[in-house]
Every structure is written in C-alpha cells, then in structure tokens.
Design a protein around this ligand. Structure first.
Ligand SMILES: [Zn+2]
Length: 258
C-alpha cells in the first residue's frame, strides 16, 4: 500500500522558487516518470532571496530578481517534468471574482530560538501577513481547477520554520479539509508514520534542476553532491522524501483558531 496508489494527478504547493527542487525534486521526477500529471503552485517569487555572488549579484533587492526567479523556476520545472504550474493569487489560483494579487516573499528572522517570523520590514502584501482565509480561498480555486488526487506540501513546521512555508501549510490544510482531498506532508527524513520514497535514480535530474536556480545556489559536486546557498551554507542534495498523510481533524482545530 502506497499513498500514491491510484493517484494519477498531484498538486504540489510551495512557497518560493527553488523549494520545489530542493525539497521535492526527486519526488517530482519520480512522479513524472510514472506518467502522473504533476501540477505546481508557487506562492511567491522569492524576491527577498539573497543572490549568489557573481554575474547576477546586481539583481539583489531589485524588481528584476523576481523576473529572474520566474525564469529559473520555469527552467527547473521543465527539467523535472512538471506538467503545469501556477502562481498563487493569479488565475486559476485566485478566488473567483477577485482581481489578481501578488503574494510577496516575507523574508525570515528568528523571533526567539526555534520560532521564526516574517522579517520586521516585510511588505504588507507578504504571504505570511496575508489573512489565512485569503490564501486558503486562492488555493481552493486552483485545487478545484486541477482536481488532483493528492495535494503535497510542507508539514506544520514548514520544513525549517520559514513563515511563508508555515503559511502555505496552514492554507493547504484548510483547503484540503474543506474540499475533502488528501494532503500528504513532506518529511526530509524517514519516520515510522511516513512512507519513504527513495528517488535516487533521479539524482542527475535533480542536480540539473538545481543548477537552473543559479541566482540562489550553486552545486558543488567535487566530493558528493552539495547545494551551496547564497550565504555559503552547504546542504547535501537529497532525492529521498517522506510522505505522511495529514491527520484528519487538525484542520477543524486550526479553523477555529482563526
Ligand atoms: Zn522556501
């Protein structure tokens, strides 16, 4: 028994360009190779991302960075085999009757150890500051458009606490609950309650897709495959991924909180 049994169409929801590849590149390549329809919603252009030192440095903090990240996302998605992709806030990922809106990257800062929040100077249109109901309604629209068998996104920690990732998780939980559609949370390491997919056969594809995100990271494969982020942090390229069905009932609780 696999979470993916009888699944022909999946919708992944990510916060920033590059998250789809860093977090789920192996999974996307695997799903595409199985012939599944793989749809992706990206919530922001990651315009607060730090740019890798080099020819693209001048883009840092400019409007052109958003355009560059759109371009990079398109390239990476072609490499991975994404069937179709959407921006949250734009048709068909926009609640009916509303004009398009652009959710902005919130940036991140540590409020206290273990708790991250949006950057103090984040824009009023930042994703993490947007009302949960707005984000949820836009997600509901795209889920109804795609009609996937499974939605895949972050767990409650957002992977590492980035407020945009957490916001996406909360909205996916609310939308999937409202539409009674299955929601699988992404886990970076195996756990007893998750299904582990080893997508090691797609390593070359993942590395090629990572290289598309050249404003954000470089790939160092002089000694194994590593991502080197713009700030210099090294992270091993991973292809394996855990999927855990979101527990029913938690969505109602989070709705009451709003
Ligand atoms: Zn992200």
């Amino acid at each position: 028994m696999s979470i993916l049994d009888a699944v022909a169409s999946v919708l992944l929801v990510h916060a920033h360009p590059d998250d789809e590849t860093i977090g789920t590149g192996g999974l996307i390549a695997e799903l595409a190779s199985r012939g599944l329809r793989v749809s992706l919603v990206t919530a922001t252009r990651g315009e607060r991302g730090e740019v890798v030192e080099g020819p693209l440095s001048a883009l840092q903090g400019t409007a052109a960075l958003a355009q560059e990240r759109e371009r990079e996302l398109g390239l990476a998605c072609s490499v991975l085999g994404v069937t179709e992709r959407f921006w949250l806030g734009e048709d068909p990922a926009r609640a009916p009757g509303l004009s398009p809106r652009r959710y902005l990257d919130s940036g991140m800062e540590w409020i206290r150890p273990g708790l991250a929040g949006p950057a103090a100077d984040s824009d009023a249109n930042a994703l993490a500051r947007a009302p949960l109901i707005d984000v949820t309604n836009d997600l509901v629209a795209v889920v109804q458009h795609v009609r996937p068998d499974l939605v895949i996104s972050y767990d409650a920690t957002g992977g590492y606490g980035h407020p945009d990732h957490v916001r996406v998780h909360e909205a996916v939980l609310a939308a999937s609950s409202a539409l009674t559609i299955r929601y699988a949370e992404i886990l970076e390491s195996p756990t007893a309650d998750a299904e582990w997919l080893d997508c090691a056969g797609h390593r070359d594809t993942v590395v090629a897709a990572l290289r598309c995100h050249s404003s954000q990271l470089t790939v160092d494969n002089s000694d194994g495959d590593f991502i080197v982020h713009s700030g210099g942090q090294r992270e091993a390229v991973h292809t394996g991924i855990g999927l855990r069905l979101s527990a029913p009932g938690t969505a109602e609780k989070s709705e009451h909180r709003e």
